[in-house]
Design a protein around this ligand. Structure first.
Ligand SMILES: [Zn+2]
Length: 136
């Protein structure tokens, strides 16, 4: 419960990682880390694929990431048509890759691989909450 508030359009109301939305509400982007084997996950997971345990802790990302790759989307999938065009970025934060959108005010031709980025939490007018990247 509560996961339906994630993103501009959510297709899932329940998730074992719904606490993710609570962190966004607090202004933080969080991942999970297994207390047994230290494997970290983003998107966050409630169960560890490495050791099959489920003793996970939530940790908020800190500091800047770096762009690993990005693409500019001119045609969006069903449900997101009104949001195109937008730029999708994969940014590395430590050893974790985080997929998200770049803030629309940032021109795609200003981006480059290796460029530092920071996370911004976005509260949408309809009560949804998500995150996006900004140049750091
Ligand atoms: Zn584990």
């Amino acid at each position: 419960m509560g996961f339906e508030r994630f993103g501009s359009k959510s297709f899932t109301s329940q998730a074992k990682v719904a606490e993710f939305v609570d962190y966004l509400d607090k202004g933080e982007l969080a991942y999970t880390k297994c207390r047994t084997c230290s494997q970290a996950y983003f998107p966050p997971r409630a169960d560890c694929a490495n050791c099959l345990g489920n003793d996970m802790e939530w940790i908020a990302f800190e500091g800047n990431g770096k762009i690993a790759t990005f693409t500019h989307t001119m045609y969006a999938p069903t449900g997101f048509e009104a949001e195109a065009p937008y730029t999708i970025v994969v940014a590395e934060f430590g050893g974790l890759k985080v997929l998200g959108r770049m803030n629309k005010s940032v021109p795609v031709d200003s981006l480059s691989v290796g460029m530092p980025v920071k996370v911004e939490i976005v509260k949408l007018p309809d009560g949804q909450v998500t995150y996006e990247f900004l140049p750091a």
